[in-house]
Design a binder for this molecule. Structure first.
Ligand SMILES: [Zn+2]
Length: 457
C-alpha cells in the first residue's frame, strides 16, 4: 500500500515537473511562416544607340557603364543629368527619352530589393506615367503589398495578372491581398489552381496554404471587423464581441508604450489582427495546437472564450504585445528574417515590460546554455527538446544586453534597424559597440552562475 502511494506520488511529481517544464520552456508562438516568394522583374537592357557619332556615344557611355555594373540608380541619375545637358544633341535626347522607362523601372527594382519602397514607388510611378510596362506594374503591386496598402496593391495586381496570369508567384501574393478584403472564395479558387499546376516538390506547401485559406474562408462567414487608430480587428461577431475593446486597447496602449520607451514607430497603415476560436486555430494556421499566437503578416490569435478570467486576460494581453513586437520589427526591417534570438528575445522582453513576467525565471531545471549556433537559425530547425530552451534563453540574451550596455541599449539598437540596414547579429549589436560572441560569452557566464546583474527591469 505504502509502496503504491509512493509510486503514485513519484509519478505525480514527474508529471508535475514535465508539465512545469512544458509551461516554462514552450515557445509562446509559432515561428514565422516561411517567407513569401520575392518576385523579380524580367532582365532589362538598354537599346544600343544607332547613328551615334563619337561625341554622342561619349555622352551616353557612362550611363551604359553604370547600368552594366548593376548600378541602376546611378545610371538613372546620370541619364536625368544628361537630359539637361544635351538639348543640342537630338540623337542623344531621343535615345534617353526612349530608355527612360527601362532606367526608371530598373532603379525602382534596385530600391525595392533593399526594401526602400518609398523611393522605388517614385521611380515606378514616373516610369508608369511614361509607358505602362509589366515590370513597373509588378513593382508597384509589390511595393504597395509590402507597405500593406492592399486596396491600391489590388489594382496593380489585377492589371499585372490580366496580362500575365501564369505568374504563380504573383498569384500567390495576390491571394494574400484578397484575404485582406475578406474575398476568401476567390483566394481559395486561385490556390486550388496553383496546387494543380505546381511541380510535385512545391505541392505540399501550396496545399497547406490552400487548407489554411479554406479554414479561414469557413471562419469568415461569422466574422465582423472593428478598427482603431493603428489596428483592424476581425473577430467572431457573436462569441468574441466582448473582447474587442480589450484587444484594441491593449494593442493601442502597447503601441504608445513601445514608441515612447523603445522608439518603435507606429505603422503607417493599420495592422491586421484576427481572433479565432481556439479549436479552429489549428485549421487556419496549420500549426501546433499549443501555439498561443502567430504573426505571418497578420496577428492571428486564438481565444478560448469571450469571458476571460483575470489570468486568461493577462495572458491574452501578453500574447498580443508579443505578436505586436514581431509585427513592428517586420515593418521596420522589410519583413526580413531577423536572427531568432533577437526577434523572439525582444518579443518576450517587450511583452513582459513592467509586468509580472519581467523577473527572469530560470525554472526548476535550467540546464546548460545552448551552443552559439542554436540561436542563429530558425528554431523550427532545432529539435523539440532544444526549441523551448532556445526561446527562453533568447530573452536571457536580450536581458544580458541591457545588463552590459545599460537601460537605453535596446532603444539604441532599435533606432538603427531599418529597411536597408544589416541585420546579422553583429550588425544589430554595433550601435552599442557589441558583438554577438561577446554577448554570448557574458550570457553564458551569467546563466551558469544563475544570476543576472541588475538590469533596467
Ligand atoms: Zn514570438
Amino acid at each position: 500500500m505504502l509502496k503504491k502511494t509512493a509510486l503514485g506520488l513519484f509519478f505525480a511529481f514527474v508529471l508535475a515537473t514535465l508539465w512545469q517544464r512544458q509551461r516554462e520552456f514552450s515557445p509562446r508562438d509559432l515561428p514565422r511562416a516561411p517567407a513569401d516568394p520575392s518576385p523579380s522583374p524580367k532582365p532589362q537592357t538598354l537599346a544600343s544607340p544607332a547613328d551615334f557619332g563619337e561625341a554622342d556615344a561619349a555622352a551616353v557611355r557612362p550611363i551604359f557603364a553604370a547600368f552594366a555594373t548593376g548600378d541602376f540608380v546611378g545610371a538613372l541619375n546620370l541619364a536625368d543629368h544628361a537630359k539637361d545637358q544635351v538639348p543640342q544633341r537630338p540623337n542623344v535626347l531621343a535615345w534617353l527619352t526612349q530608355q527612360m522607362p527601362v532606367l526608371l523601372t530598373s532603379a525602382g527594382w534596385a530600391r525595392l530589393k533593399v526594401g526602400d519602397c518609398d523611393q522605388a514607388r517614385v521611380y515606378f510611378d514616373r516610369s508608369h506615367a511614361l509607358k505602362a510596362t509589366q515590370e513597373a506594374t509588378k513593382g508597384l503591386a509589390l511595393c504597395h503589398y509590402k507597405q500593406k496598402n492592399m486596396r491600391v496593391a489590388r489594382d496593380h495586381f489585377l492589371a499585372y495578372l490580366a496580362v500575365d496570369p501564369g505568374d504563380s508567384e504573383m498569384q500567390l501574393l495576390y491571394t494574400d491581398v484578397l484575404e485582406s478584403e475578406s474575398r476568401f472564395p476567390e483566394a481559395v479558387g486561385i490556390l486550388r489552381q496553383l496546387v494543380q499546376a505546381a511541380a510535385p516538390a512545391e505541392q505540399p506547401a501550396l496545399q497547406q496554404r490552400l487548407d489554411s485559406m479554406e479554414g479561414r474562408a469557413q471562419e469568415s462567414t461569422l466574422e465582423q471587423v472593428e478598427a482603431s487608430q493603428h489596428f483592424r480587428l476581425t473577430y467572431r461577431a457573436i462569441e468574441q464581441a466582448d473582447l474587442t475593446s480589450l484587444v484594441l486597447s491593449t494593442l493601442e496602449d502597447a503601441m504608445v508604450e513601445f514608441n515612447e520607451q523603445f522608439g518603435l514607430p507606429p505603422p503607417l497603415l493599420p495592422i491586421e489582427v484576427v481572433l479565432y476560436p481556439r479549436q479552429a486555430f489549428g485549421s487556419v494556421t496549420n500549426g501546433p495546437s499549443w501555439a498561443e499566437g502567430l504573426f505571418d503578416g497578420r496577428l492571428r490569435i486564438p481565444v478560448s472564450s469571450s469571458r476571460l478570467d483575470a489570468e486568461a486576460s493577462a495572458e491574452l494581453q501578453t500574447v498580443l504585445r508579443h505578436e505586436l513586437v514581431h509585427a513592428l520589427l517586420a515593418l521596420m526591417s522589410d519583413s526580413r528574417s531577423l536572427p531568432p534570438w533577437f526577434d523572439e528575445g525582444l518579443a518576450q522582453r517587450l511583452s513582459c515590460n513592467q509586468r509580472a513576467c519581467a523577473v527572469f525565471d530560470f525554472g526548476p531545471q535550467p540546464g546548460d546554455f545552448l551552443p552559439e549556433s542554436s540561436f542563429m537559425t530558425s528554431y523550427l530547425s532545432l529539435s523539440a527538446v532544444n526549441a523551448g530552451p532556445a526561446y527562453h534563453q533568447s530573452l536571457f540574451l536580450i536581458l544580458t544586453i541591457e545588463a552590459k550596455h545599460g537601460a537605453a541599449s535596446l532603444r539604441q539598437i532599435l533606432s538603427h534597424l531599418a529597411v536597408g540596414s544589416s541585420i546579422d547579429s553583429d550588425a544589430l549589436l554595433a550601435p552599442v559597440n557589441g558583438r554577438f560572441a561577446g554577448l554570448y560569452a557574458s550570457a553564458k557566464g551569467f546563466w551558469q552562475a544563475r544570476s543576472l546583474p541588475t538590469t533596467s527591469l
